[in-house]
Design a protein around this ligand. Structure first.
Ligand code: UDP
Ligand code: MN
Length: 778
């Protein structure tokens, strides 16, 4: 309109001017159109790029979350120590050297090997020699007595060998018939001179001298030991105040006198062949002409199945415990455990090695039974053949499920029939190391609400070698509930004076391997039976344990090797990713409180739309949490995992518009712009994980008509409330891009500051650029 007026005025004046103006206008118009097209192209390109980046991020997060699942990635691993590696490189015939490596991880050159080679043919001795050893009677009412840590009073029978080593038999506190059993070599301790032994407790101490440093001894002796442990208490991470550390519960069992040095049993079926493949945990070698076969068989287990079949089922592995572990004391009256292995289509040799490692390296009186739960495997060898093989071991029981239940419900089926006082869950492709069991049971004994996990070491999927892992590792999670390992913070180690053998507080367990008091497991409601197949159950049980009064610990003196596979070798009845994300959503809904936004907002946005997923009924789980009076997730983060960053919103504060240089204000249900005032509540907005721009319950949203903006009650399922902001470093990073409208539109302030619109995105338009005061996560 203004142009026409101008034109008319010029018409009256001068024709030349008119022509000039007309030409100029046309040129200007053409320029403008070209510029517009350019900017449209630019914006479309940017948006496309943004979307690609977002999609990539989403896919990455999800695949990380679902692929990683439980033991997603390995511990930071170390190869076996130099001596072991040396031995591995040397000729395999070097029996002696290998024996050293085996017994001491290559650290002690003067080591002696003492394996009990039991005669073949005697069923009693077939890996279960001590089967006839009746567990110590626990019928008597527990006596409340001070724990006796005085080795002199401990009636272990010690035999000094001709080589100077000491063989410790089982403490005589145990039933008489044990004494008649073939002497079980439990531990070899060479005479030590100045070896560091903080406990001061040595097997060979047959003298009158107090085995404990004077101060420590007097402190420990004569005190009611109910609140004493043989280990250091584990301080809470990042918390200076020791009262935050949950102490042993009142329900801790009463102590009985009597402790003994941890039993480092290692029975074998037959004398070990040092030349056997993989013996002593060494890498097994594959000849060139065998490589095709390795490849062919890989998918049976997603590891080197070919090699596994070659390795003895009772091979030796290096004793990777920290040095002090073999000298540690444990109570004589530890509870006994049912070991539960669930499996679906497990490789034969790996399953057998798992079972044998338990039979051979667990004190028989502490092993009630081994329960094998066959989760409806499809392989024939896991039916009669397995039953027949295992029938030679009276302690092994097999349950064949009639339908595929998945790991979680299979474990529940095993637990339901377990007779032991403690349940110990293990994966079916593991090898328990020397002395693995007692340190776990000791923790449960000290406090039935402690849930101890062994250190999970790495059995190479490629060469089946046994590898050490870094010290001070604990299980953690990252958003969106992705399991991982992380070292304890240095300052925490220093502050608490932690040594490598002290128990480590563990925010999240890896899931595969742990012991738990059976009664306590059921008090906690076991696992949520609504979790399917695999994944997320470690998060569920971890949050539940911590938030409902228990503790999860990693026990460095207990070590179990596990084959980490790149893929699950079994089929998922439904889509794998959907199964895992559904499980995780159940966990998030029940346990995460307001923090569930961080779960959904980190790549699981789509799960909020109930059309996409049915996570099932959660009533029972929510009721359980109330009944157990469990603490909040905030408490868990503050006390158990304080080094975790969990901002409840992505950004907050004033919402500054660059073009107007004013701030978004909401008063009496109306949005407008005003001078920025940090103290004004009406100018405080959150940019949430749900990608809402909100003040209390009200969300900034397109109003559906024209290009207006309205305030609506926030609704997670309504994509109209979602805005992308700072989602990448692109030219539109400062914009608020509506996720809802099909053609990408951005939130724009009217130049007068009196309106708010949705307009096509323009990267350089300052009225479309927004800035929050604080950004917590981008
Ligand atoms: N498992 C099972 N049923 C299933 C899935 C897994 O019994 O539906 C068993 C599996 O055989 C293994 C254990 O559960 O012994 C843990 O599974 P996996 O080793 O695949 O988990 P990861 O170690 O990879 O986390
Ligand atoms: Mn596993």
């Amino acid at each position: 309109m203004g142009m026409m007026m101008k034109a008319r005025r010029y018409l009256r004046g001068s024709g030349r001017v008119l022509v000039f103006v007309l030409v100029a206008s046309v040129v200007w118009l053409l320029f403008d159109m070209a510029a517009l097209r350019l900017s449209m192209n630019d914006v479309t390109g940017q948006l496309l790029k943004e979307r690609v980046i977002r999609d990539q991020q989403l896919i990455r997060q999800q695949s990380r979350a679902t692929r990683a699942g439980r033991r997603g990635f390995k511990h930071p691993e170390q190869r076996m120590d130099p001596a072991a590696t040396r031995a591995a490189k040397g000729p395999l015939g070097s029996h002696l050297e290998l024996a050293h490596v085996y017994r001491h991880g290559g650290q002690k050159e003067d080591a002696n090997i003492h394996n009990l080679h039991l005669p073949e043919g005697d069923p009693q001795h077939k890996g279960e020699a001590a089967q006839r050893n009746v567990p110590p009677k626990r019928d008597d009412p527990p006596k409340k007595e001070a724990v006796n840590l005085d080795m002199n009073a401990m009636e272990s029978e010690k035999i000094r060998g001709s080589d100077g080593s000491v063989k410790v038999t089982l403490p005589v506190a145990r039933p008489d018939n044990i004494k008649d059993a073939a002497p079980i070599v439990t531990h070899t301790s060479e005479p030590k001179t100045n070896k560091k032994d903080p406990s001061g407790l040595k097997a060979e101490s047959g003298t009158d001298a107090s085995p404990l440093p004077a101060g420590e001894a007097s402190e420990r002796r004569g005190e009611d030991a109910r609140n004493k442990t043989l280990e250091k208490p584990v301080g809470s991470i990042g918390q200076g105040d020791p009262k935050d550390t949950p102490g042993p519960s009142i329900e801790s069992r009463a102590r009985q006198a009597g402790v003994h040095q941890v039993l480092s049993l290692d029975l074998t079926i037959a004398p070990r062949d040092a030349r056997a493949a993989g013996q002593f945990g060494q890498p097994a070698l594959v000849a060139n002409n065998e490589k095709a076969e390795v490849k062919k068989r890989w998918d049976e287990g997603h590891f080197n199945v070919f090699l596994s079949d070659r390795i003895p089922v009772d091979r030796a592995i290096p004793d990777t415990r920290p040095e002090t572990c073999a000298q540690k004391l444990v109570h004589d009256d530890l509870p006994s455990t049912s070991v539960i292995f669930c499996f679906v289509d497990e490789v034969w040799s790996t399953l057998l090695r798992s079972v044998h490692s338990v039979l051979n390296r667990s004190p028989a009186h502490l092993l009630t039974e081994i329960i094998l739960v066959d989760d409806f495997s499809t392989k024939d060898y896991l039916k009669e053949q397995l039953d027949t093989y295992m029938s030679q071991f009276p302690k092994v029981r097999i349950i064949h499920l009639k339908e595929r239940q998945g790991l979680i419900r299979a474990r529940l089926a095993g637990a339901a029939v377990a007779k032991g006082e403690v349940l110990t869950f293990l994966d079916s492709h593991i090898e328990c190391n020397l002395g693995w069991l007692e340190p776990l049971l000791e923790r449960v004994y000290l406090d039935r609400k402690k849930v101890p996990c062994p250190v999970i070491e790495v059995i190479s999927d490629k060469d089946m070698s046994y590898m050490l892992v870094d010290n001070f590792q604990r299980g953690i999670f990252k958003w969106p509930l992705v399991f991982g390992w992380s070292g304890l913070p240095e300052d925490h180690i220093k502050k608490n004076n932690l040594t490598i053998s002290d128990p480590i507080r563990c925010p999240v367990m890896a899931g595969g391997l742990f012991s738990i008091d059976k009664k306590y497991f059921y008090e906690l409601g076991a696992y949520d039976p609504g979790l399917d197949v695999w994944g997320g159950e470690n998060m569920e049980i971890s949050f539940k344990i911590w938030m409902c009064g228990g503790e999860i610990e990693i026990i460095p003196c207990s070590r179990v090797g596990h084959i980490f596979r790149g893929q699950n070798p079994y089929k998922f009845p439904k889509d794998r990713q959907r199964t895992v994300e559904r499980n995780l959503a159940r966990v998030a809904e029940v346990w995460l409180d307001e923090y569930k936004d961080l779960f959904y907002g980190n790549g699981y946005h789509h799960l909020l739309d109930k059309k996409n997923i049915d996570i099932g009924n959660l009533t029972e789980q929510i009721e359980l949490r109330e009944r157990l009076k469990c603490k909040s997730f905030k408490w868990y983060l503050d006390n158990v995992y304080p080094d975790m960053k969990a901002p409840l919103v992505k950004a907050e504060g004033l919402v500054f518009n660059h073009g107007l240089r004013k701030c978004l204000t909401l008063q009496h249900g109306v949005l407008f712009f005003d001078q920025c005032d940090i103290s004004s509540k009406s100018q405080h907005f959150n940019y949430t994980w749900m990608r809402h721009v909100r003040q209390q319950d009200l969300c900034v949203s397109p109003n559906g008509k024209a290009s207006g903006i309205a305030l609506q009650e926030c609704d997670h399922a309504n994509p109209a409330h979602n805005w992308f902001h700072k989602s990448s470093n692109s030219a539109l990073a400062d914009h608020l891009i509506s996720e809802f409208v099909s053609s990408h539109m951005c939130l724009e302030a009217g130049p007068q500051g009196d309106s708010l619109h949705l307009n096509p995105c323009e990267s350089r338009n300052a009225f479309q650029k927004w800035e929050f005061t604080h950004y917590h996560a981008l």
